[in-house]
Ligand binder design. Structure first.
Ligand code: ADP
Ligand code: MG
Length: 352
């Protein structure tokens, strides 16, 4: 019936074709495709705004269409709103995959983290009217907590669907102005374990700055990708055994770290941190011991933020960034962590 649903959707969805799309500003260019802000000439009202996004993708486009269709049915709120995907044959090189989403907003978490105003710029986006409360660690902690909750909520949706993203990083987290929440984008490297799609990870797709230490998300003893019918039966078991979702949790932990420590938000800062952590055998407590005695004010402030409320932030962080995947907390368990028991950011709007 999944195929029937897909068929019905094909027929009733307004399908956009190449000639209906008006290209706007280029938003990104990776090894596997180019992304533009676009509008549809079929919808004159959208023309000047550019309310859609188009990715012209190469070989991984087919997988990305599959993942987006699946997300739309199973956990739509986790990711950018997918409209349509198709093979555009008239393009050069025997065709490209064209993928279309709604334009969610101007800024990724990466863009927002580059600003000196971070995390207050995010607070302004989520609450719209900014409070006149004094700035300080507690307020920053609440904003960061809200971002982490939104990110883990989106990840839990993907993982419960059987999808591992494998490229979680601030550049792939968009702030949706409509939902006033962060959503995940860029499913080009994702794996759907329940049906064996893109089962064997391509290391080439992984971003080494955010990748967990394990090279392969499934143990190397797992043979080659089972064919879809077998995978459907076996993969829940494989999922339990190998916990491939914990790959994304490690990446999300690094984002948590970057939010707490401004020095880790630059490329060089993150790369240096990764080197230090590796030297500590991926033991975050050992890393802290090694850097804290000679820490400058900025680093000390980051630890202070994570130590608020009896150190529950630090506790959550260390349960995400661990060498062994099986010792990392799941997205669902993380959402139930006491770190999120404190009043969230929205509670601020009721305080005067
Ligand atoms: P890639 O990383 O393969 O180039 P992405 O899917 O990550 O492609 O998209 C590239 C950039 O385009 C993103 O970092 C983001 O700035 C922007 N972008 C992608 N999808 C959307 C969307 N739905 N709404 C707004 N901006 C988007
Ligand atoms: Mg990307």
């Amino acid at each position: 019936d999944m195929f029937f649903l897909a068929f019905v959707e094909r027929v009733i969805r307004p399908s956009l074709r190449k000639d209906d799309i008006v290209l706007g500003k280029k938003l990104g260019e990776g090894a596997f495709g180019v992304v533009y802000r676009v509008s549809s000439s079929k919808k004159p009202s959208s023309k000047r705004e550019g309310d859609l996004v188009l990715k012209k993708a190469t070989e991984y486009g087919a997988v990305e269409i599959w993942m987006n269709e699946r997300v739309r049915r199973a956990c739509a709120s986790s990711c950018a709103d997918f409209v349509y995907g198709f093979l555009e044959r008239s393009s050069n090189k025997g065709g490209e995959y064209w993928l279309i989403w709604r334009f969610e907003g101007e800024a990724t978490l990466y863009d927002l983290m580059q600003s000196k105003e971070f995390p207050y710029n995010v607070e302004a986006l989520i609450l719209r009217e900014v409070q006149d409360l004094p700035r300080g660690l507690e307020r920053e902690n609440r904003i960061i907590q809200t971002i982490m909750r939104q990110l883990l909520f989106a990840l839990d949706g993907l993982h419960s669907t059987g999808i591992v993203h494998r490229d979680i990083k601030p550049q792939n987290i968009i702030f949706s102005e409509g939902s006033r929440a962060f959503k995940i984008i860029d499913l080009g490297a994702a794996a759907d374990l329940r049906v064996g799609i893109n089962y064997i990870p391509n290391e080439f797709l992984l971003d080494p700055r955010y990748a967990a230490p394990e090279q392969y998300i499934m143990s190397t003893q797992t043979p080659s990708a089972p064919s879809p019918p077998v995978a459907t039966i076996l993969s829940p078991v494989l999922w339990q055994m190998n916990l491939p979702d914990r790959f994304d949790i490690y990446s999300a932990g690094l984002i948590f770290l970057q939010m707490a420590f401004p020095g880790l938000r630059t490329d060089s800062g993150l790369i240096q941190f990764n080197r230090q952590l590796k030297r500590c055998d991926y033991d975050l407590a050992a890393w802290r011991k090694s850097v804290e005695p000679r820490a400058g004010p900025e680093l000390r402030r980051g630890f202070e933020l994570l130590d608020l409320d009896g150190g529950i932030g630090w506790e959550l962080l260390t349960s995400m960034v661990r060498y062994k995947a099986r010792q990392r907390i799941s997205a669902k368990a993380a959402l139930a962590h006491p770190y999120f028991d404190q009043e969230g950011l929205l509670a601020l709007s009721f305080m005067q």
